[in-house]
Write a protein that binds this ligand. Structure first.
Ligand SMILES: Nc1nc2c(ncn2[C@@H]2O[C@H](COP(=O)(O)OP(=O)(O)OP(=O)(O)O)[C@@H](O)[C@H]2O)c(=O)[nH]1
Ligand SMILES: [Mg+2]
Length: 944
């Protein structure tokens, strides 16, 4: 400081005694003029003119409106290094008005926020040694800041040290001088560590931007200040639009240092789309008083494409800045005037809004999410809101008074069915139908804000659209909105039904009975952290408990039969194996039966039919001497349970008796007869494999306080009892650690939302006609169970049908459905674990489609040296089946089918498969063309 003043006022300072302060710095406590007694000086001595402090003009708060109305303030152009000394003050062109148009002016070298030294001249006419001032943040004044590019300064030489030597405008200088004379030193404001870090680099940086004065008010991010929305909107019109920036470097490089490529992590300017690497971002964007904008873009309107990103901090900034800095920047980004939507760009029912109307729209109880400039339609009666020519995307508050009256063709519907005068889309017709509204005869409906509907001309409502859970679920799948209140209770859906404008991909999961679609769906929920709602958990708990009673019923029937056989003295059983409960052999026997169908009550009833497998009997005859009789109490319970199962009212009864019967279940489970029967479970035709998982925890599961774990939910059969449609929204997570390298592709993908819709073929109707509802899915995931090849089911004519052939037939109908013309298909070949167990016992050729499967058994001759092990029989079988499906697909569509190998109960394989689907749907993206090449190469390899 002293050095600085010495340069300014060499005569005075040189004679002033120095004092060292605590920091080792010299401070100037006072200044006095001493009489000069030396020889005559030849040069002119500057004269200090007397100053009256009161006469120095100071500014009150600079009125924001006046700035926005007419930007006549000077913008400082970059100063060339060579002529810096001569030009500095001329270039600055700081007029008196500007100079004092704010509480304080900060002269700063380098870009704002780069932590360069700055000189603040306060309105109290004091000179502030700003030191490492962060020239914008942390100030509680309104600052008009003037930035001088640091390329005009060499090394540490900064503007402060240069000022006294500059021949500039005498007025400017005199004023600056006057203030400096009366300056006292103000302690430097603290800067965060990253700011000082930034300073380290500032010396040899070449800032490309000059900032113009800003009128932004800095609010304490922690304060509860609510920004005055109205005044903010009033100003919006006056902000100019800016062209997109052009990168002078190679494609994908940083716009400032021209280094890196398109996969280098970058921050983007929300105005001109310039992209900066981690090293340059803070220099290019400065203190970000309006959020992430280059300093030259401050005061300009944002690029509307980027509106949805406002306030969403990037990983890069999180890494570079402190939490409070981020908070402030993001809050400015969202609330500063320049970043608001200009009302005249928002049209509702053909009329542009004005400031007040836009304010009304945005402050209503349920305002449109992600509002952008554009043309919208609004049904004032029901609150439906959508983009012109499109189906509704949200239900906002009803009865808002703006915009013209709604047009019949507002949403471009072509169904002849009207809601409040608008011809609705076919998706909305499906919605109405699922709610029970009769749509035959092209009715005209009147729908109220609460969803109640009536036909035009009628008096009483016929029903309410939102009464049925099914309708809400369907809306989620069709990307139709549901009202906010209902969104919370909408089960199996995410809260917000996805708007059609979201960056959002839809994956449709479908497969033949028991192929594993619900297991994969649940696995995805667990994998991607989509919680099961309370309601879902309750239903699943009831289902698991009911299934447990079913499994016990199957055991009890088995016990009866085994007892009978023992009594009759057969002494022989159909025992295949007598596995211990822990180490039983895991495989589904190939036979003409439908494994795992014990879940529904009807099926439980028929489960008494134990099919004698003659083949098995011949193969594995064994003696058994076990007792299958039970005591009278358990026998009575057993009779009651079988009766309940037969009544088909199991769930209701389980709900009411589970508490009372829990101890009996325990006794039953531990009973010798039941254990003996359980050990012969492979002979029990309808006992699904998963029964073991729950039966072995029968006591715990039957208790009232039982809470299913995620694993239990995964193993539970079915998602809900209705078991038809389910939908979830998710993103693929990226590795969470900040310091970890994140593949830019992963990062890009992690920002995208996906919707996984699972549909059971039962819900698709005859000839899969309801597939029409899924016309906007991006990919179809067709699930096939690899173990189906030797399994059969009985059709309604009593014929035994091979399940693989049935699966093939379903595949053909879906692939050739007009809705899916040219859609991508990924074949999920599920239950590989079971295939591995089964294939050795049951040849693939049992299925007529696979008759020509004759794998060549290769022998490994390189004994002792490591070579890739020959693929197992199961792997060969998988490849063979995949090729069969691929050929079939190609013959039907002339396109390629993608295939992936999955074990639904294992997370990794499901994750891989869904990521593969993600790649396929994103291949079109221009920026990611290279994936295309790589992945198609791997695909070629996989299909060969
Ligand atoms: N071992 C094994 N079992 C599986 C696998 N995938 C599914 N399952 C089991 O197979 C049975 C049927 O699976 P689900 O997921 O219910 O099949 P689905 O396609 O929903 O069939 P529906 O019930 O007809 O809708 C369940 O008992 C699952 O636990 C797998 O990869 N390995
Ligand atoms: Mg299921």
């Amino acid at each position: 400081m002293t050095g600085l003043l010495r340069k300014f006022l060499p005569f005075v300072v040189s004679t002033v005694p120095k004092e060292e302060d605590d920091d080792g710095d010299f401070s100037l406590e006072y200044s006095i003029a001493l009489e000069y007694k030396g020889p005559l000086v030849s040069c002119d001595i500057p004269q200090a003119l007397p100053v009256t402090i009161d006469e120095i003009p100071t500014a009150a708060v600079f009125p924001a409106e006046s700035m926005s109305l007419d930007w006549s303030l000077p913008i400082i152009q970059p100063i060339r290094k060579t002529d810096f000394n001569q030009k500095l003050f001329k270039e600055l062109r700081i007029t008196k008005e500007v100079f004092f148009s704010a509480h304080s002016i900060v002269l700063s070298v380098g870009n704002a926020g780069s932590g360069t030294r700055a000189l603040g001249i306060g309105n109290d006419t004091s000179l502030k040694s700003a030191g490492e001032v962060d020239s914008s943040r942390g100030s509680d004044h309104e600052d008009a800041r003037v930035y001088v590019p640091s390329d005009s300064v060499e090394g540490e030489r900064n503007i402060i040290s240069e000022i006294p030597h500059l021949p500039g405008s005498p007025d400017d200088f005199a004023e600056a001088n006057m203030q400096m004379q009366s300056a006292d030193s103000t302690p430097p404001r603290l800067s965060s560590s990253n700011l000082s870090q930034r300073e380290e680099h500032s010396d040899n940086e070449m800032p490309h931007h000059v900032k113009k004065p800003s009128t932004v008010t800095f609010r304490d991010p922690d304060s509860a200040d609510v920004f005055d929305e109205e005044s903010v909107f009033m100003e919006v019109d006056s902000f100019p639009v800016k062209q997109r920036a052009e990168n002078n470097g190679k494609k994908g490089s940083c716009y400032r240092c021209f280094k890196g490529n398109r996969f280098t992590e970058k921050e983007v300017c929300i105005v001109c789309d310039a992209k900066y690497c981690q090293r340059c971002v803070l220099r290019a964007m400065g203190s970000m008083p309006e959020g992430r904008k280059c300093v030259t873009c401050i005061g300009f309107r944002i690029d509307e494409m980027k509106r949805s990103n406002l306030g969403k901090c990037s990983r890069m900034l999180k890494w570079l800045l402190s939490e409070s800095e981020i908070k402030q920047i993001m809050s400015s980004e969202v609330s500063c005037p320049a970043n608001q939507i200009p009302p005249d760009l928002v049209y509702v029912n053909d009329e542009a809004l004005d400031h007040k109307e836009l304010l009304l729209l945005r402050s209503c109880p349920n305002p449109p999410k992600k509002l952008r400039p554009g043309r919208y339609w609004y049904d004032k009666v029901a609150g439906f809101w959508g983009k012109e020519g499109q189906k509704p995307c949200q239900i906002i508050s009803a009865h808002l008074n703006f915009g013209g009256s709604i047009k019949k063709n507002a949403s471009n519907g072509n169904t002849d069915v009207l809601i409040n005068g608008r011809e609705i889309t076919k998706e909305e017709v499906w919605m109405l139908k699922s709610a029970g509204a009769p749509c035959e005869g092209k009715p005209h409906f009147w729908v109220n804000a609460d969803g109640s509907y009536l036909e035009e001309g009628q008096k009483n409502p016929k029903g309410c659209i939102w009464d049925k859970t099914k309708t809400k679920l369907l809306c989620a799948i069709l990307s139709l909105p549901i009202p906010l209140d209902n969104a919370k209770s909408g089960e199996e859906t995410t809260r917000d039904s996805p708007g059609q404008n979201d960056l959002h991909r839809k994956l449709l999961l479908v497969g033949f009975d028991k192929s594993g679609t619900s297991t994969i769906f649940k696995q995805a929920k667990i994998l991607y952290g989509v919680p099961f709602s309370e309601d879902e958990r309750k239903k699943i708990k009831l289902m698991i408990q009911s299934n447990l009673y079913c499994y016990l019923g199957i055991l009890l029937e088995g016990r009866e039969r085994f007892e009978e056989e023992t009594v009759k003295g057969k002494g022989k059983s159909l025992l295949i194996d007598q596995p211990s409960s822990s180490g039983h052999k895991r495989f589904e026997r190939g036979s003409s039966r439908e494994k795992g169908k014990g879940l529904t009550i009807d099926r439980c009833r028929s489960s008494a039919g134990l099919i004698t497998n003659q083949l098995t009997e011949k193969m594995y005859p064994k003696e058994t001497k076990l007792s299958y009789s039970m005591d009278s109490k358990l026998k009575a319970f057993s009779d009651w349970l079988l009766k309940v199962i037969a009544s088909g009212n199991l769930e209701a009864i389980v709900l009411s008796v589970s508490q009372a019967y829990s101890p009996l279940i325990e006794e039953l489970w531990k009973d010798e007869a039941i254990q003996a029967t359980y050990n012969r479970r492979n002979e029990l035709e309808n006992l699904p494999r998963v029964a073991t998982y729950f039966l072995e925890r029968a006591v715990e599961v039957s208790k009232e306080e039982y809470e299913p774990s995620d694993m239990d939910i995964l193993y539970a059969e079915g998602i809900t009892s209705s078991n038809g449609l389910a939908s979830m929204e998710f993103s693929f997570p990226t590795p969470a650690k900040l310091d970890e390298y994140i593949d830019p592709i992963d990062q890009h993908y992690s920002m995208m939302r996906y919707q996984l819709i699972r549909v059971h073929p039962r819900s698709l109707g005859e000839n899969c006609k309801w597939l029409e509802m899924f016309e906007d899915v991006d990919i179809v995931l067709f699930c096939v169970s690899l173990t189906d090849y030797d399994e059969f089911y009985e059709d309604n004519r009593g014929l035994l049908i091979n399940k693989m052939m049935a699966s093939k037939q379903l595949f053909e109908s879906i692939v050739t459905h007009p809705t899916f013309y040219k859609k991508d298909f990924l074949l999920i070949m599920n239950k590989f674990d079971l295939l591995e167990e089964k294939i050795e016992q049951s040849p693939l050729t049992q299925c007529e489609w696979f008759r020509d499967f004759h794998p060549v058994i290769s022998h490994n001759h390189n004994v002792g040296t490591y070579v890739n092990p020959a693929p197992s029989l199961a792997q060969r079988a998988f490849h063979y089946m995949a090729v069969k499906f691929k050929r079939l697909f190609h013959s039907l569509t002339e396109r390629n089918l993608y295939a992936s190998l999955v074990t639904g109960l294992e997370q990794d394989t499901v994750d891989e498969s869904l990521k593969y689907a993600r790649e396929i749907v994103n291949w079109d993206e221009e920026d990611f063309t290279f994936i295309n090449e790589e992945s198609s190469a791997s695909l070629e390899a996989s299909s060969s």
